[in-house]
Design a protein around this ligand. Structure first.
Ligand code: ASP
Length: 609
């Protein structure tokens, strides 16, 4: 078959009228008008209408999604029959030859869509379950709107590759069959057939290798790389995902901020989104204090207002006990929403149901009516306290003031943070097509965990100071890290840190984490040794490219931007992975003992001659 004269369907235009062309692709829609049969022929560039007149009888064999080749003359459509919704709507191809290249079975769901029509937006196929779409992903991906997503994904990744290249970064591949790298999730393990009882781990990130590349003197590394994390199921997580991973030597935080801001601005520009620069920065503490989240959504207000000090000598018992016990009271002013938030909604929905479901014991609410506070508990507050509340929250008629009080700072901020998001969603306070990037910095180096303390990021993150005592838990919990997260619209797009390049500090961190010398040697001996050969100061970051792409393209689920994703249960409905393997494979891997052979029977006694 000769395709050398092929013209892409979507690229034909009025200028081609009179030309004889070959068009190939899939029969998207067929209309039989008796003497004439019309086919919308689709390839990845678009749709063109093909008219079968002389070849009409032959064309009646065609069905949807047959793969065909047509030659014919490009003609101007008759006045009144133009299709302004099609890019090629002023012309059509009068078929002179038709070749059916491949037939198609009846489709499991419709592929044809109007997405290629001018101005149509990218929408998922309505009415087909996601598992069904994933089972036939190769057909789902035939839809123009899906293809657009992957063309855009390609452009986004190419843009950032080109940018990093222009900044002297080189892409280096790191191993997939490797040793565990700590990123806080479980490893996927691959048993070794050659060394029974030993396992490779799939990388949760190339962290150690990229740091080793800095020891090697590459100075600027990046990689678009698959990472694997065996985490509990969450709607927008995938067991394998793509990171833009990078690392650089002789740099500081400012280098990373400016590099990543430029890279992010360029990637978002691919989707037509102009990001404001420079990206604002907030410390972890500021983020928690004002939004209750380390990935704050800054597209709307509802920032927390500190109110603990207002209730030092209150007669309201609940607040008084909390303040006396060293607890916290914070609130938000939901401006001008008293109509949407009736007493009934506040008391029966929020205070009794929603806030407890967030882990809060209760919620205090007050509506501002006629310049005064109104609620079920307002009588417990003195006039002076009421005045101070109005003052602190800048309460005006029509506002609703909500407060969460608890002994624990974590409970107050977490519950109020969830409440903030719930209210914003419910009240429609989140503007569309607004992007609010921010850097979150100065994270705690360690978190308290069941086993003592654990690294907030990973143990190679540089602390803000190195003169700490690795055995003093409370001092360790005060340490800040030189880590930074890039956050946008309530999502963490990525994060990284300046690393420890000094072996003694790295050892102290391991000691603080309670890792014995043997543990350390076994897990990271090779890495610690490398740090002893003239390690340059370095740092880096990784961006979750599935999330970044989904955000740029305005799709909710990262599964839409991954060609062959797992479903919500971490299963691939197309291949049915994970699936059972044969007993023989397990035996080869040393994961199952061979079935016991029946004990050999004594040979039959020789027959007496
Ligand atoms: N390895 C880190 C991660 O995957 C990113 C980094 O610290 O560069 O989250």
């Amino acid at each position: 078959m000769d395709f050398s004269q092929r013209c892409p369907c979507g690229q034909l235009s009025f200028a081609d009228v009179g030309r004889t062309v070959q068009v190939v692709g899939w029969a998207d829609a067929l209309r039989d008008h008796g003497l004439l049969l019309f086919v919308h022929l689709r390839d990845r560039t678009g749709i063109v209408q093909v008219v079968f007149a002389e070849l009409r009888d032959q064309a009646t064999d065609l069905r949807q999604e047959y793969c065909i080749a047509v030659t014919g003359k490009v003609v101007q459509r008759a006045p009144g029959t133009e299709n302004p919704a099609l890019g090629t709507g002023r012309i059509e191809v009068m078929a002179e030859t038709l070749e059916i290249i491949s037939r198609s079975k009846t489709l499991p769901f419709a592929i044809s869509e109007k997405a290629m029509l001018a101005g149509a937006s990218v929408t998922a196929e309505a009415g087909v379950s996601e598992d069904r779409r994933l089972e036939y992903r190769y057909l789902d991906l035939r839809r123009p709107s899906m293809q657009q997503i992957f063309f855009q994904r390609h452009r986004i990744i190419k843009t950032v590759r080109d940018y990093l290249d222009s900044q002297g970064f080189v892409e280096v591949e790191t191993p997939v069959l490797t040793k565990s790298t700590p990123e806080g999730a479980r490893d996927y393990l691959v048993p070794s057939r050659i060394h029974h009882g030993r396992f490779y781990a799939l990388p949760q990130s190339p962290q150690l290798f990229k740091q080793l590349l800095m020891v090697s003197g590459f100075e600027r590394y990046f990689q678009v790389v698959k990472c694997y994390r065996d985490e509990d199921l969450r709607p927008n997580r995938q067991p394998e995902f793509t990171q833009l991973d990078l690392e650089a030597s002789f740099i500081d935080e400012e280098f990373i901020y400016s590099l990543l801001e430029e890279a992010t601005v360029r990637m978002f520009a691919v989707g037509g989104v102009e990001l404001p620069r420079p990206f604002p920065r907030m410390t972890y503490q500021e983020a928690m204090d004002s939004t209750g989240s380390d990935r704050p959504d800054l597209r709307f207000g509802l920032r927390f207002i500190e109110a603990t000090d207002l209730f030092k000598s209150t007669n309201y018992g609940v607040f008084r006990r909390i303040v006396d016990g060293g607890g916290h009271i914070k609130g938000v002013n939901v401006k001008g929403q008293s109509e949407a938030l009736s007493k009934n909604v506040l008391q029966n929905e929020y205070a009794k149901e929603i806030v407890p479901s967030f882990g809060g014991k209760g919620m205090t609410w007050m509506r501002v009516v006629g310049g005064r506070l109104e609620s079920n508990i307002v009588q417990f507050f003195s006039d002076e306290e009421q005045r101070q509340i109005l003052d602190r929250f800048q309460g005006e008629t029509g506002d609703v003031i909500l407060m969460i009080a608890d002994i624990s700072y974590k409970v107050v901020t977490t519950v109020l943070g969830k409440l903030r998001l719930h209210l914003a969603e419910r009240l429609g306070l989140i503007p569309k097509d607004v992007f609010c990037p921010t850097w979150v910095t100065e994270f705690p180096l360690f978190d308290e965990s069941d086993e003592g303390i654990s690294s907030t990021h990973h143990p190679f993150t540089a602390p803000d100071r190195t003169d700490f005592d690795p055995t003093d838990k409370s001092a360790l919990l005060q340490l800040r890290s030189r880590a930074y997260d890039l956050v946008m619209n309530g999502e963490e797009l990525g994060g990284g840190s300046i690393r420890i390049h000094n072996m003694d500090t790295q050892r102290k961190i391991f000691e603080a984490l309670g890792l014995s010398d043997t543990d350390v040697k076994e897990k990271f001996g090779f890495f610690l040794e490398a740090l002893e050969y003239g390690t340059p100061p370095h740092g880096g970051l990784a961006l979750g490219m599935d999330r970044v792409t989904a955000m740029i393209l305005g799709v909710d689920s990262i599964r839409e931007v991954i060609a062959f994703p797992k479903n919500r249960s971490a299963v691939c409905p197309l291949t049915d992975a994970p699936s059972a393997v044969t007993r023989k494979q397990l035996q080869e891997l040393g994961l199952q003992q061979p079935a016991k052979k029946p004990a050999p029977q004594p040979p039959p006694a020789p027959k007496a001659p």
